[in-house]
Design a protein around this ligand. Structure first.
Ligand code: GLV
Ligand code: MN
Ligand code: MN
Length: 398
């Protein structure tokens, strides 16, 4: 039975308040950090399950820890709306979580109306790649692209799930009419063009590597400078080389965002330095050429300094185009398109189902930071665009 629809601004304010509630479920008391299947993920699931159940959704957790709620429809067809609920360390409240909360707001906005398809809202357990230096674990399980073993399988068991059931997380793509992901833009473009929303045309490809420099730990006071094999100095030289390469390559972004020195003591020359490399470009060949050049440079620096260099690839994700048909449908409500520099679950889902994303303006272009925020009017506009998209799809599948 249809009931009066809630005003979109109220749905938006509720979605924002819920993101702030979820931000309270953290691994520490000083900010928001909620990595893959960490203890606070239990409280997060509990809250989201309750909200889903209040919308008559059937809720399950799959073997990789994705929380999945299905709002029944008039056929077996299914539309998926989702994003992730893991975070980077010291995160903001909206990266990922907003997409899930908008999914619930859309179901709420239907006011109990049944559509000619089910709506599955998925809160992906892992997208950021923080805990195991490998991103997209939640969405990879849906496309059958996840090999669950070792420490990762143990993390699943520790959370109370069964890694042996990972195959059950896989999508039956033949039933799925599309995947829609709402996400904050995480950059300055929408603010610059003074628009609340964008349709994402493509998501830039990315490479990630773990790189280890191995030198010789020794006494900082007694080892002459010319007799050192300083792993941290070698890594530092390379970090600047990475920045230099990105600065002179149009459209390339390259980042060393993590570094760990061993034994990490002020009076010991570092014997080992472990760093993380992240390289992105819209054109895959530019990205792959840059990666090769950067790794060659690391090897050259190591050779010159007597420091061993080894790397392991953690991600080689090509640029992904969003679905042209869903873009055209979304553009009816959102007449502005852009490319995403950030990675998203849609990148993985797009391999098996038509996928599209809508970006919500990020005030100040700030993200991966506690100051990350959104405007209620922009979220209301996103909900309005989402409801239009649902009604357009309903007409098509009626
Ligand atoms: C996801 O946040 C990414 O790093 O692109
Ligand atoms: Mn993120
Ligand atoms: Mn995100």
């Amino acid at each position: 039975m249809a009931e009066p629809a809630k005003p979109q601004i109220l749905l938006a304010e509720e979605a924002i308040a819920r993101c702030r509630t979820l931000a309270g479920f953290s691994e520490n008391s000083t900010g928001l950090t909620r990595t893959f299947l960490s203890p606070p993920m239990h409280a997060c699931h509990q809250a989201i399950s309750k909200w889903m159940q209040s919308l008559e959704m059937l809720v399950e957790t799959d073997a990789i820890g994705n929380l999945r709620g299905v709002y029944p429809g008039l056929s077996e067809r299914r539309l998926i709306i989702g994003s992730h609920i893991d975070t980077v360390p010291n995160a903001g409240a909206f990266d990922g979580a907003l997409g899930v909360m908008i999914g619930l707001a859309l179901v709420d906005g239907l006011a109990r109306q049944r559509l000619p398809f089910e709506i599955e809202v998925i809160a992906f357990s892992e997208e950021e790649g923080v805990r195991f230096a490998k991103p997209f674990l939640g969405s990879l399980a849906l496309v059958g692209g996840l090999n669950l073993e070792g420490a990762m399988a143990q993390a699943v068991r520790d959370f109370g799930l069964d890694p042996e059931r990972i195959d059950e997380a896989k999508l039956d793509a033949s039933r799925v009419i599309g995947y829609v992901e709402f996400h904050i833009e995480q950059g300055p473009v929408l603010e610059e063009v003074d628009l609340p929303l964008a349709v994402v045309a493509a998501i830039a490809g990315q490479s990630r590597f773990a790189v280890t420099f191995t030198g010789a730990a020794n006494h900082a006071g007694t080892t002459p400078m010319r007799m050192r094999r300083d792993a941290l100095a070698a890594a530092a030289e390379w970090v600047l080389a990475v920045e230099r390469t990105a600065l002179v390559t149009e459209g390339l972004v390259a980042t060393v965002g993590s570094i760990e020195a061993l034994p990490n003591a002020g009076n010991v020359i570092a014997g080992e330095a472990r760093v993380g490399l992240d390289v992105r470009h819209q054109a895959d060949e530019v990205r792959l050429t840059a990666v090769k050049q950067l790794l060659d440079e690391a090897a050259e620096i190591g050779l010159r300094r007597g420091v061993g260099v080894a790397w392991s690839e953690r991600l080689n994700q090509a640029t992904v185009q969003m679905d042209a048909d869903l873009i055209a449908l979304a553009e009816r409500a959102v007449p502005f398109k852009m490319v995403s520099g950030a990675g998203h679950d849609a990148m993985i889902l797009a391999a098996v189902v038509p996928s599209v994303m809508l970006f919500v303006r990020s005030p100040g272009g700030v993200s991966h930071h506690p100051d990350e925020t959104v405007r209620a009017e922009d979220v209301a506009a996103a909900i309005g665009a989402g409801l239009s998209l649902l009604q357009d799809l309903a007409k098509r599948y009626n």
